[in-house]
Each structure stands twice: as C-alpha cells, then as structure tokens.
Design a protein around this ligand. Structure first.
Ligand SMILES: [Zn+2]
Length: 258
C-alpha cells in the first residue's frame, strides 16, 4: 500500500566541481558539471519534498557569493531561471503551502537552499545531522542562514522511520554525520530509492567508491552497501542527486514517474 501517486524530478541547477569531490581519488584537474536534484512526491496527504535545491541568492549577491564560494576557492553553482525550485513547482500547479513534509537528506548548501519557503511543513532530519549543522563553528558546506529559521517545524529522528505508507526514511550516515535517504513505493513503477549524497553518481554504488567528502569513511561505505542491498532486495529504481548522465535519462518535471 502506498500514499504516493507521482514522483517528480526537479533539476535545480549545476555545481562545478573537481572530479575528486564526486569520487575519492578522482583527480583535481578534471572539472565536472553535476546536477543538483530535488524530488517532489504527490501523496494522498499533500506533497512531500525530498531536498530543496540551492539558494540562487548565494550566487546573485556579490557579498554572499564571495563569502560562500570565492573565499573557499570554490566555483559558484549555475542556476538558470528554469532551475528555480518554486518556478518548477508552480508549473505543475503546486504552491509552497501544498507541501506538508520536507525530508532533508543532509545539511549541505546544495540541498537546503529553499527550505525557508516551507514553514507550513514538517521538516524531517536525523538528529545527528541537525547537531552537525547547528553546533560548533559553521561548516563551509553548510549555510546556516538557509536553515536557521525559527518558523521551521523540525522533526528530528534517530534511524529508519516511516513517515506515511510508501515513504520510509533510511539512515545512511557517512557523507555527513546524519545523512538519510528515502525508500518510496510508486503505484506502477514499484520501489524507488532517493539516495541524496550517499554516492554522488551511480558509479559510486556500482564500484563502491566513496564520495570525495565523508565525515566518516567506514560509515560512508556501510551506507553505500546498505543502499545496494535495498536496491537489490526491492529491485528499486535509483535516483542519484548529482549524476550528470542519469539526469539526462530521467523524466524531469513536469513529466513524472507513477
Ligand atoms: Zn550534494
């Protein structure tokens, strides 16, 4: 039984990254353009958003652009008007108020950028990730201004958790301390795994290659294997957030998977 009727893939822009950010040991001289994906689920209980893309103000405002990118030696992402999360939602007739749950895979800036638009929703994050995001000095890949909003309704969890029939959050730590994925059931297509940044590309899963950055290498490899096990057991479709080849083969909103 599943509450889900549709899954939309939202392409929210591109990051310009050394290949080594996607694959451990992948080389610093090779520069890749990788998609930033978010996913919108239509359910009987309203819409559920998995990740929120990137806040384009961080590249449009020169001060923020310097603070969050140039100061770290990073290239800013590319976000064209057609990549804007709210624009894509509007095109399929969905307003921010229609979203009742937001699942945050983790607290990095390419996933939290539009969270502020969803004060009406329950925001699901692993407790360990929340602590990573808010305790101590600001991590360079975390933008507290995107997430530190008193209007947000946080639901902090420890481990795997079903939020409604057909949507189970799966704890997959390693890339960050409290990273999580989601196993969802689609009415016709069957199971699907939304894996966030457990692996940046499909190749990370196929060859068990760690992402460039991990808070805990042992946990990161365990999580890659956990996803591979679920994928095999459930014969699940894979939705990998930053895979530049996969994104070109997927149906993008307003098309959908049902
Ligand atoms: Zn990411």
């Amino acid at each position: 039984m599943t509450a889900i009727s549709k899954l939309y893939v939202l392409l929210c822009g591109y990051e310009i990254l050394p290949r080594s950010v996607c694959f451990r040991g992948g080389g610093d001289r090779f520069v890749m353009s990788v998609p930033i994906s978010a996913y919108l689920l239509e359910t009987q209980n309203g819409f559920v958003l998995f990740d929120t893309g990137f806040n384009a103000d961080l590249v449009r405002d020169p001060t923020l652009r310097h603070q969050h990118f140039a100061a770290h030696g990073w290239e800013p992402p590319v976000v064209w008007p057609q990549h804007e999360l709210l624009t894509q939602m509007r095109e399929i007739g969905v307003a921010p108020e229609d979203v009742c749950h937001v699942v945050m895979s983790h607290a990095h800036l390419d996933h939290t950028g539009n969270l502020r638009h969803f004060p009406h929703a329950k925001v699901w994050m692993q407790k360990a990730e929340y602590d990573f995001a808010f305790k101590g000095p600001e991590h360079p890949a975390v933008v507290r201004a995107d997430i530190d909003d008193p209007g947000l309704d946080w639901s902090l969890i420890n481990g795997d958790h079903e939020i409604m029939p057909g949507i189970t959050l799966v704890s997959t730590p390693g890339h960050t301390p409290g990273h999580q994925s989601a196993l969802v059931s689609l009415p016709k297509s069957g199971r699907a795994l939304l894996v966030g940044d457990v692996g940046e590309w499909m190749k990370n899963f196929e060859n068990e290659i760690l992402p460039g950055e991990a808070a805990d290498d042992v946990a990161a490899l365990d999580s890659i294997r956990k996803i591979n096990r679920i994928r095999r057991d459930e014969n699940a479709l894979m939705f990998v957030c930053h895979d530049p080849d996969l994104i070109q083969k997927q149906k993008l909103a307003p098309e959908f998977y049902d």
